[in-house]
Design a protein. Structure first.
Length: 85
């Protein structure tokens, strides 16, 4: 979901992002490296579930995430990609 300057929905993008367990922080890649952000607009998005999983398994990403319980959510609905069973 992308918002314009007035907060109105302008388009829907079906991608995947990595969030923490409570979905209030999102993994972001910036010039200075990885960080958690509370601003969804700065979240790193991936075109597929597989791409997000492969990114999270990279050693430096895995080390950064450490013991944070992460989950994968769709960017347009913010629903979980993988339901907790």
């Amino acid at each position: 979901m992308i918002l314009d300057m007035n907060g109105n929905l302008t388009t829907t993008v079906h991608k995947v992002c990595i969030s923490n367990f409570t979905k209030d922080r999102f993994l972001s890649v910036s010039i200075t490296g990885l960080r958690w952000t509370d601003n969804f607009n700065f979240a790193s998005c991936f075109d597929s579930k597989q791409e997000a999983l492969e990114f999270a398994e990279r050693p430096y990403v895995h080390e950064f995430i450490d013991d944070v319980l992460e989950q994968y959510i769709w960017t347009d609905t913010r629903e979980l990609v993988y339901e907790n069973n």
